[in-house]
Write a protein that binds this ligand. Structure first.
Ligand code: SF4
Ligand code: SF4
Ligand code: FES
Length: 313
């Protein structure tokens, strides 16, 4: 017998959450969702969770297994057992819990709405349909696969500290329309997505890529939006300036110039922002952490320049 340890919460009966253990005989082929079903149907009918398709399509069975978000119907339970033969199951993170493993997706959906997830095209509709070539569709193919399961949202590190961040799912959805050849609002979209809480607040941790059960892979989609924003000249924000300063520094010297990076990222005319850097600079000075004033290029600068040339081509 293996143990499934489930985080339980029922505000009608008890204010705090607690773990409850269930013994389950996990056979080869049993998914985590099958195990939850066995517990509900055979042991405790009050256990509450969402499920529908059992085929990794509907996106409703997202839970945390051993601390990481996953689709319960997509994971073989045996593969999740720890060395003590236990699987720990909790509700998704970064969302309020309603009951047991059921979370409130309200903020998740509000953020999806915020990116205007619909085609904007003022042209008179063609007789049949707005065509796309296979190459054009390829640009939005991956983001189109999102099943809105919330696994990425649950484990996003930025959302843990900043609930204003749009989050990986909404941004993956945004790329679905930024990259759509039939949409006419690309510039406006990337401007809005470059505002605080948007693409540039992602810390590139890649956790959403690890958790996503589909090719939607939000972090890669966020990078695609960043590329479009830079190509469209949407540079008037800290994130874009940071990326451009970083690239310039590496291109010119092969090394990161940590003296110019904060100033260029903040913007030379952003007096308030620059003044905010002063205390940090002073602390670095006192701790002897200020980088050398003269920024020397690296020994392999020619190799770096060659790589940039190839990338430019
Ligand atoms: S890569 Fe960005 S969006 Fe994805 S989990 Fe990390 S911070 Fe969140
Ligand atoms: S991007 Fe992936 S993990 Fe995030 S909601 Fe969509 S399918 Fe789920
Ligand atoms: S039950 Fe539909 S995705 Fe798992």
């Amino acid at each position: 017998m293996s143990v499934i340890k489930i985080k339980r919460f029922n505000p009608e009966k008890r204010k705090d959450s607690y773990f409850q253990e269930f013994n389950v005989d996990l056979k080869p082929g049993t998914t985590l969702l099958d195990a939850l079903n066995e517990i509900k149907w055979e042991q405790d009918g009050s256990l509450t969770y969402r499920m529908s398709c059992r085929s990794a399509i509907c996106g409703s069975c997202g839970v945390k297994a051993n601390g990481h978000a996953t689709l319960a119907c997509q994971k073989q339970a045996e593969n999740l057992l720890d060395k003590n033969d236990v699987i720990t199951v909790e509700p998704l993170g970064n969302m309020p819990v309603i009951k047991d493993l059921v979370t409130d997706f309200k903020q998740f959906w509000e953020k999806v709405d915020q990116v205007k997830p619909f085609l904007k095209n003022e042209q008179a509709p063609p007789e049949k349909e707005r065509n796309q070539s296979p190459e054009q569709f390829k640009l939005i193919d991956d983001s189109s696969t999102c099943i809105m399961c919330g696994a990425c949202y649950s484990d996003c590190n930025v959302l843990e500290v900043d609930d204003k961040f749009l989050g990986p799912a909404a941004l993956a959805k945004a790329q679905r329309f930024v990259g759509d050849s039939r949409d006419e609002d690309t510039l406006e979209r990337v401007k809005e997505l470059s505002e605080p809480g948007g693409i540039w607040d992602c810390t590139h941790c890649g956790e959403c890529v690890e958790r996503c059960p589909k090719p939607a892979q939000p972090f890669y989609r966020i990078k695609e939006i960043m590329t479009v924003a830079l190509e469209k000249g949407v540079h008037n924000n800290n994130g874009a300036r940071h990326a451009l300063s970083f690239t310039k520094s590496i291109k010119n010297s092969g090394l990161l110039n940590e003296n110019t990076l904060p100033v260029e990222s903040m913007g030379f005319t952003n007096i308030k922002g620059l003044l905010e850097l002063v205390p940090v600079g002073l602390r670095m000075l006192l701790k002897g952490k200020v980088p050398p004033i003269i920024h020397k290029p690296c020994d392999e600068l020619n190799d770096v320049k060659r790589i940039f040339k190839e990338l430019d081509q």
